[in-house]
Write a new protein. Structure first.
Length: 226
């Protein structure tokens, strides 16, 4: 297994918005591949359609897996070996592992389509996932064809509840991914993020839905020494 973090960084010519993520990856020695351009396209294009050629390029360089993490509101919190071990040993290395959140967004009506999980983090969040590149190259076109949503979250949600991703799992234990929207429980403990509900120390944190704009994103960064 050879994994790199990946994200898109559009409309950020100075790299300032992605800097916290870049710095956190450097701090924990996690490789990061950024792609983008001067203008922000719709999320469907930025995070799915334009992702495909990046995956082909990475695979040609020997990478086997990617960890998607949204660039502007996320941080990596663990070193490369820890992330890989959490994925392989802790989660049994599914071909696609999505982060989970408490809200069924953007389709609240699909709430009952989701399986029951071990925690309150029950619903798919597209802001963080780990996937086998070969598998991602095959399922992204299928997911896109299944949904006309302009949002990557909508595309992935429809594919998941429609049974088009049979080898995908949700990280409902927050072992690797911690989404913070509607989640006041996680706290910094001994310079690490700790979720007292799942009793895990997530490898990444994502302030989804703009929930970090109240200053909590910067506060977590300071508390973690990032």
């Amino acid at each position: 297994m050879k994994l790199t973090a990946i994200s898109c960084n559009y409309a950020d010519p100075q790299g300032l918005r992605a800097k916290p993520l870049v710095d956190s990856c450097a701090h924990y020695k996690v490789p990061l591949h950024l792609y983008g351009g001067p203008v922000w396209p719709e999320c469907r294009k930025a995070k799915l359609e334009y992702l495909l050629p990046e995956l082909i390029q990475l695979q040609s360089r020997g990478w086997t897996h990617v960890m998607w993490i949204d660039a502007f509101d996320s941080l990596v919190l663990a070193e490369y070996p820890v992330i890989c071990a959490s994925y392989v040993v802790g989660m049994d290395a599914p071909r696609l592992l999505f982060s989970a959140e408490k809200n069924c967004f953007p389709y609240a009506s699909l709430r009952e389509k989701y399986p029951l999980t071990r925690s309150r983090w029950r619903y798919l969040c597209a802001g963080g996932w780990i996937g086998e590149i070969e598998y991602m190259r095959s399922v992204i076109p299928v997911a896109l064809k299944n949904s006309d949503s302009n949002d990557d979250q909508g595309v992935w949600t429809r594919a998941f509840v429609s049974g088009l991703l049979p080898e995908a799992k949700l990280d409902d234990s927050c072992l690797i991914f911690q989404n913070m929207h509607s989640s006041p429980e996680p706290c910094v403990k001994n310079k690490a993020l700790y979720n007292p509900i799942t009793q895990t120390m997530p490898c990444t944190v994502h302030f989804n839905g703009g929930c970090g704009l109240d200053g909590s994103f910067d506060e977590i960064r300071r508390d973690l020494g990032l």
